[in-house]
Design a protein around this ligand. Sequence first.
Ligand code: XMP
Length: 319
Amino acid sequence: DWVMGNFAQEAVEKIRHQVGKDEVILGLSGGVDSSVTAALIHRAIGDQLSCVFVDNGLLRLHEREQVAQTFRDNMGMKLIVVDASDRFMDALSGVTDPEAKRKIIGRLFVEVFQEEAEKLQNAKWLAQGTIYPDVIESNGAKTKKAQTIKSHHNVGGLPDTLHLKLLEPLRELFKDEVRELGIALGLPAEMVYRHPFPGPGLGVRILGAIKREYADLLREADAIFIEELRNAGWYDKVSQAFVVFLPVKSVGVMGDGRTYDWVVSLRAVQTSDFMTAKWAHLPYDLLGKVSNRIINEVKGINRVVYDVSGKPPATIEWE
Ligand code: XMP
C-alpha cells in the first residue's frame, strides 16, 4: 500500500530527527497499536529501541512465545520479557470485585514496567501506541456515561515520574490505517487483524477470584474456540470472540463415571464501535464442535454454554 508506505517513510524520518541518538523504551502488549508502534520505531532507530513485554499470567495461550518470536527472532528487536505472573497472582489472590481487579492489574503493570525502565538508564523517550481515537477520547468524550461503566486500563497512561519524553508516532492514525501500516512494515496479518484483547486480559474473563488453575483451563478452552472459528472462516466475521470462565461446577457423565467440573461460556459479538454489539449467530455445527472439543480436550471443564446477550444491556466482557 503506497499511502502507508509513504507515511512510514515520513514517520521514520521524523522519528530519527526527533530522537537523534537517544534511547527509547516501549511497553509492548502484543496488541495492534503497540506492535505497529514498535515496528515503526524499530525501522527508524533499530537498537536504540528497547521493548518491554510483561507476562501477567493472564495472557492467551502461547502469547508470550509468539511475541518473542515475532519481535525478537523475526524482526531482531531488543525485547525484554518479564515473567511477573507470580506477582500478579499473589496481588490478585482472593480479590473478587471487577474494578478492584482492574486497578490491581493496571497498577502492577506500571510498577513492573517502571522497574524495567529504571534499569535502562540511557532511555530518554517513552514510546506509546496512542492512536487518533485515543486522542479524541481523552479530549472530552470522557463524560460519556458508557466510558465510566468500566475503568479501562491499557498499556497507556504510564507515570511521568519516569521523566521521559513521549513519542507517539501513530497519533494521527485511525485503526484501519494503523493496520495497513502494520502490514506495510511486515507484521504478520494474523497479528494485525487480531481481535481486541483487554488490558487486564483473562483477569476480566475469570469471574470473581482469579486462580492460576482457572487461567490455565481458560487459556486452553479459548485457544480451541479461536482455532475453530478460524477453521470455519468465522474469525474475521466477528469483531471479538473469547471464552469466559465461570467458577461454577455442574454434574456431567463421562464414560462410566460422573463428573463434577467447571462451566465455560463462549462469547462472540459483532459491532462497529464496541459501544453497542450484537451476539453473533454462529452456526450450530460450529458451536457443537467447539463444545465437544473443549469438553473432551480440557480436563476440568464438562459444560459449555453460549452467551446470547446483546450490548446493551450486557457488556461484551463479563466483568
Ligand atoms: P465492554 O465489556 O465494556 O467492552 O463492552 C468494550 C470493549 O472494550 C474492551 N475492554 C477493555 N479494554 N481494558 C481494555 O484495554 C479494560 O479494562 C477493558 N474492559 C473492556 C473489551 O474487550 C471490548 O473490546
